[in-house]
Design a protein around this ligand. Structure first.
Ligand code: HAM
Length: 417
């Protein structure tokens, strides 16, 4: 490679080999669990109007302030590569009048997302999420249903060291009152806070709970907690969610300081972490967003969902076994039989079987070695002076007719077609 050969941009990676096999595994596991639970697939555009994320995710969030890939297209529009999926799905719900469908509307996605973050293990600038959104019901059973779904998926995929933390943020009104109370507490102790936290008292006081700064941590020990300020309705909603998780045998820890990085959350919020991961321990997270649809221009509509990072699920699962499909048939040939070999492979594949042929110009001897490596059950050897079909299990070798049609018939018969 010459030094100016382009490489994948920082924070991105090619999905191939074991990683590609892992992606496939996650997708299959998800489909197996989500579709029977009534979730249908959705794919939204990779970019949206910048305003959707600015309004939906929240102007004060790190995602909107620092992490968006925003550009102006040739038509002068401000567009942004999606940093997350919930705002896009909410937009699609509105745009397609999905409120007319039976509620809640349940959707799932597997897509790549883009955030300008500092790359490290488990943190990328283009990453993949699997996610679900259930829009149109405020029933706590929906919260519990989506949480159980993620717990089950992580279990199916054998993710290690999984813990679920959960909290309730209440309604925007409760949160606003609590926010003022917290801001007052932070201002009273401003001289003990880190500069960063002090600078964000107005914009995002809740982030103080996230700080590693020792002075700030000390101040937060005596800070008021939102769970103690919930209204009766919100408390009852939260208790109902917890009761259903108990009934489903999904263990959780209530974490009154749980902070999610996105502004649209109301009531339930939760996060699954894995001890098997390093600093980026968040495997998946989500919550309720009862104000989001209204915020982007719709009628008040409740919703709840989550997203989980596919790379992080696979890291937590400790890799996946390489599962290459072994071929049913390998076709080896002498140069003059190339066209016949191609015909045999094509017909075998059309019949639904896995067939491979020599494609790298190897000698017949090299081809037979390659056939062994492919693990194919049958090997057809097409020579100028006749063809045989070898059964690699029994070591039987049967002669076949010379013409391609005769070979195809013999192969399919032997493959049991
Ligand atoms: P989030 O917590 O920002 O939530 O992201 C969800 C998951 O995506 C994280 O737990 C993590 O596994 C993965 N993730 C996030 N950023 C990165 C990154 N830079 N590199 C690798 N993985 C990453 C949301 O995105 C919400 N839309 C979830 C949601 C759905 N809430 C309600 N519905």
């Amino acid at each position: 490679m010459s030094p100016d050969t382009p490489q994948a941009p920082r924070g991105t990676q090619d999905v191939l080999g074991e990683l590609a096999a892992g992606f496939h595994l996650v997708e299959e596991a998800a489909r197996r669990r989500f579709e029977p639970a009534g979730f249908r697939r959705i794919e939204t555009p990779a970019f949206e109007d910048t305003a959707l994320f600015a309004r939906g995710v929240g102007e004060s969030t790190d995602v909107v302030q620092k992490e968006m890939y925003t550009f102006t297209d040739a038509g002068g529009r401000s567009l942004t590569l999606r940093p997350e999926g919930t705002a896009s799905v909410a937009r699609a719900y509105l745009e397609h009048g999905m409120h007319k469908l039976p509620q809640p509307v349940k959707l799932w996605y597997l897509s790549s997302f883009f955030r300008y973050e500092k790359p490290q293990a488990g943190r990328y600038r283009q990453f993949w999420q699997i996610g679900v959104e259930a829009i149109g019901s405020e029933d706590p059973a929906v919260d519990a249903e989506v949480i159980v779904l993620l717990a089950t998926l992580l279990d199916d995929l054998e993710a290690r060291g999984i813990r679920l933390r959960i909290a309730s943020l209440g309604t925007p009104e409760t949160r606003a009152a609590y926010r003022s109370e917290l801001q007052a507490h932070l201002r009273t102790h401003a001289d003990q806070l880190s500069e960063e936290v002090r600078g964000r008292i107005d914009l995002n006081p809740l982030r103080a709970f996230d700080s590693d700064h020792s002075g700030t941590r000390e101040v937060m020990r005596t800070a008021p907690l939102l769970v103690d300020r919930l209204t009766e309705d919100d408390r009852a909603h939260f208790d109902a969610v917890l009761a259903m998780l108990d009934a489903a045998d999904v263990p959780y820890e209530i974490d009154p300081t749980l902070v999610r990085g996105l502004d649209y959350y109301t009531r339930t919020v939760f996060e699954f972490t894995s001890d098997a991961l390093g600093a980026q321990s968040g495997v998946g997270g989500g919550g309720r967003y009862d104000g989001l649809i209204e915020l982007i221009g719709g009628a008040p509509t409740p919703g709840v969902g989550w997203a989980a990072g596919i790379e992080r699920i696979l890291l937590a699962a400790g890799g996946v076994p390489a599962a290459d499909t072994p071929a049913d048939l390998f076709v080896a040939y002498e140069p003059g039989r190339r066209a016949d070999a191609f015909t045999v492979v094509t017909h075998t594949r059309r019949a639904g079987r896995a067939a491979q042929m020599e494609l790298a110009g190897r000698s017949l001897k090299g081809q037979l070695k390659q056939a062994g490596r492919s693990g194919a059950r049958f090997v057809a050897v097409l020579r100028e002076d006749g063809s045989v079909l070898q059964d690699t299990e029994t070591n039987d070798e049967v002669p076949m007719e010379r013409d391609a049609d005769g070979i195809v018939a013999a192969v399919l018969r032997n493959l049991g077609i």
